[in-house]
Design a protein around this ligand. Structure first.
Ligand code: ZN
Length: 296
C-alpha cells in the first residue's frame, strides 16, 4: 500500500477498451497466446465456434468461448463492465466497495459484489514466492467489538495469522490466513505455504509456535512487550489492515477474500508488470468460481 505500482490511466483504459468487442479480443489473445489447446481432449486444431470469438475443436467438436474456464465464466452482464470492475479494483489504491462500483456502472449491487468476489479470488497468493529474509509471524483477532479478549480461540471474532517480511525499516511483503484455532497445526501449515526454511523467523512466546524449529531452524521466540513494542512493524501492518477493512468492506463474513485483496495490493509495490495486466492474466488463468462456492 505504501509504494507505487504502475497503473493504467483511465484514458489509456478507455482507449484500449471502447466496447465489448475489444474486451473479447483481449481475452482471446491472452487465453490462447500459446496457441489453442482443447480443454476436453488436448487437440490443437480448431475452427470458428457458433458464437463470436469461440473456438471449436476439430477432433471432439467441443466449443470453447473466450470466457469459459476462466474467472469470467458464465458472466451475466456485459464484458466491458466486467473489465471496468477489474480496472477499478486494480487501480484504486485503497480498494473500492461494491456499492461504489454499482453506482459507477449502473449494475445491481449484488451483481457487483459477486463479480468482485471473483476478482478477489484471482488475488489469492500463488504460494510460489515464500518469504526468505527476516520474517515475523503473529496472530490477531478481526471483527467483534472487543479485540482485547484473552485466550486465542474464543468468541465470534475470527483469528488471523499474519506474516510480514521486513526490509530495512519497512515491510516488503505480507500474508494472512483465517484459522480456526491458533494451534501448531494451523500455524505450521500457513508458515509452510509462505515462509522459506532459511528465513529468520521471529514470533512471540505463544505455545503454538513451540517445536516448529524443526521446520524453521532459525525460529526465535521472544516475549512480546506491552502493546507489541518489540513487534512494531507487525503491529502497524495489522492496524492498517483493520483500518482498511473497516473503511471498505464493513464485514468479516468473507474475511479471507479481503485479506487476499489487501495483501495482493500490498505485495505489489515495485512490480514491473502493470497491475491491471497482472490481474487480467490471473482472471484468465483462474478457474471458474461459481456462486455456490462464493457464498459457502
Ligand atoms: Zn477436443
Amino acid at each position: 500500500m505504501e509504494g507505487k505500482y504502475k497503473s493504467l490511466s483511465i484514458f489509456d483504459f478507455q482507449k484500449m477498451f471502447p466496447d465489448d468487442e475489444s474486451c473479447y479480443k483481449y481475452l482471446v489473445d491472452m487465453k490462447w497466446k500459446d496457441g489453442f489447446k482443447c480443454t476436453k481432449c488436448g487437440h490443437t486444431k480448431f475452427c470458428a465456434g457458433n458464437s463470436p470469438h469461440s473456438r471449436q475443436c476439430t477432433k471432439c467438436r467441443a466449443i470453447e468461448s473466450a470466457t469459459s474456464d476462466t474467472l469470467f465464466h458464465k458472466l451475466k452482464f456485459p464484458i466491458l463492465k466486467a473489465f471496468y470492475i477489474v480496472y477499478y479494483v486494480s487501480t484504486s489504491k485503497k480498494g473500492i466497495s461494491s456499492t461504489e462500483i454499482s453506482r459507477k456502472l449502473e449494475l445491481r449491487q449484488k451483481t457487483c459484489w459477486l463479480f468482485r468476489q471473483k476478482v478477489m479470488k484471482s488475488m489469492e497468493s500463488s504460494k510460489k514466492f515464500p518469504m526468505t529474509m527476516q520474517v515475523e509471524v503473529d496472530e490477531t483477532y478481526v471483527g467483534g467489538k472487543d479485540e482485547t479478549a484473552i485466550g486465542r480461540n474464543e468468541g465470534k471474532k475470527k483469528i488471523v495469522v499474519v506474516a510480514i517480511e521486513k526490509q530495512g525499516k519497512g515491510v516488503s511483503r505480507m500474508y494472512g490466513r483465517v484459522i480456526e484455532k491458533a494451534d501448531k497445526k494451523n500455524l505450521h501449515s500457513f508458515m509452510k505455504d509462505h515462509i522459506s526454511q532459511e528465513a529468520k523467523v521471529r514470533t512471540d512466546k505463544w505455545s503454538g509456535y513451540k517445536g516448529l524449529e524443526k521446520e524453521f531452524p532459525n525460529l526465535e521466540q521472544e516475549k512480546s512487550e506491552e502493546k507489541g513494542k518489540n513487534f512494531k512493524e507487525m503491529h502497524r501492518c495489522i492496524m492498517m489492515f483493520k483500518a482498511w477493512l473497516k473503511g471498505i468492506h464493513h464485514s468479516v463474513d468473507h474475511l479471507q477474500a479481503y485479506i487476499n485483496e489487501y495483501t495482493y495490493r500490498f505485495n505489489r509495490h515495485g512490480m514491473k508488470e502493470g497491475i491491471f495486466e497482472n490481474l487480467m492474466r490471473r482472471m484468465v488463468d483462474g478457474k471458474p468460481y461459481p456462486y455456490k462456492l462464493i457464498i459457502s
